[in-house]
Design a protein around this ligand. Structure first.
Ligand code: CUA
Length: 355
């Protein structure tokens, strides 16, 4: 009972408050909904089992307790009952078979990733495919059929299946958008594939932002390895893709931003640009893409994956990456002046792709 009450209240706490769309109990897509229904079914069956067992237990406790005058009586000794044994073996087996039918069915249903190979009459891919590459502690999203790369904020169209190829470049991570579907590991030695769908009807105040997390303990900053998903309509998505495909940096409006760009590209000891591309067509080999791609950075929802998107946070992050994400691989140059940080932040915030 204590366990039951504990589960009940934890469920209450995690559903009530918390961030919008960071809960498996608020499904916002086809995959998540089917998984949620399966979870509800299993949970209900288990709850009934617990209820029946506890009820019988209480009845037996009350009915057969020692009463006054029973002190010297020895109850009837029973050594096994074939009938009962058959019943309590058969019932659980039947329950498990019953539960396994929808589970196995859904496993194969979700395992159907042939869609990512399907092409239409013109030979164009029928579905959007995204290559996800997990790194300590950031995410890269490559759209192989569109020729663009982004990171940290995944942008997807709603209302259609999106196929994901998942892998990691250093250690094992796990890709998880709780309200959209179950997690899937990103490994270094094989490609995992699955699909997700984002429901166009579901949105929060921030405008269809879904929260994603790394769900495999990968190092000291595992808990900060967040990403966001911007789910937008197909039309909006196509416009965004066209803007990204132009592969141009926006015109820099202020002198400060121009100075930031210079700092970004040239420096005496290191340069930001050697790890971070600022346009979306990054054709360097994967192993040399050492930092997140920063095209469209100005439209990101977070700094470093989890900090609020403010100039102050960008400056702090550039200055003290180790403080915000211990163990991350960003070069820490501690002697930026405030003016330099201001210029770099101004430049980064102006990186917005234009239609
Ligand atoms: Cu990556 Cu945990």
């Amino acid at each position: 009972w204590i366990l039951f009450i504990f589960i009940f209240f934890s469920a209450l706490i995690t559903t009530g408050c918390g961030k919008p769309f960071l809960s498996t109990l608020q499904p916002a897509g086809e995959v998540a909904e089917k998984q949620y229904n399966l979870f509800l079914l299993s949970f209900s069956v288990m709850a009934i089992v617990i209820l029946v067992v506890v009820t019988i237990y209480v009845i037996v406790l009350v009915r057969f307790r020692r009463k006054k005058g029973d002190e010297n009586k020895i109850p009837k000794q029973v050594a096994g009952s074939h009938k009962l044994e058959v019943i309590w073996t058969a019932i659980p087996i039947l329950i498990i078979i019953g539960l396994s039918i929808p589970t196995v069915y859904l496993t194969f249903y979700f395992g159907d990733v042939k869609g990512m190979e399907r092409v239409d009459e013109q030979g164009d891919p029928k579905h959007l495919v995204v290559n996800v590459r997990a790194n300590l502690y950031w995410w890269e999203f490559e759209y192989p059929d569109l020729g663009i790369i982004t990171s940290q904020d995944l942008v997807v169209p709603t209302g259609e299946r999106i196929y994901f190829n998942l892998k990691a470049s250093d250690v094992k991570h796990s890709f998880w958008v709780p309200s959209i579907g179950g997690k899937m590991d990103t490994n270094t030695d094989n490609l995992n594939t699955f699909y997700l769908e984002f429901d166009p009807e579901k949105s929060d105040e921030a405008g269809n932002i879904f929260y994603g997390k790394c769900a495999e303990l990968c190092g000291p900053s595992h808990a900060y390895m967040d990403f966001k998903v911007k789910a937008i309509s197909r039309d909006e998505f196509d416009r965004w893709v066209l803007a990204m495909q132009k592969n141009e940096e926006p015109e820099l409006a202020s002198e400060l931003a121009v100075k930031g760009k210079q700092l970004f590209e040239e420096n005496d000891q290191f340069s930001c640009i050697s790890c971070h591309a600022t346009t979306a067509r990054d054709d360097r080999p994967e192993a040399t893409r050492l930092g997140p791609n920063l095209a469209d950075f100005g439209n990101r929802t977070r700094v470093a994956g989890y900090l609020e998107f403010t100039k102050e946070n960008i400056k702090n992050w550039i200055q003290h990456p180790e403080e915000y994400k211990p163990g991350n691989l960003m070069y820490e140059k501690a002697d930026f002046t405030d003016e330099e940080l201001e210029a770099l932040a101004e430049y980064l915030m102006s990186l917005k792709v234009q239609e």
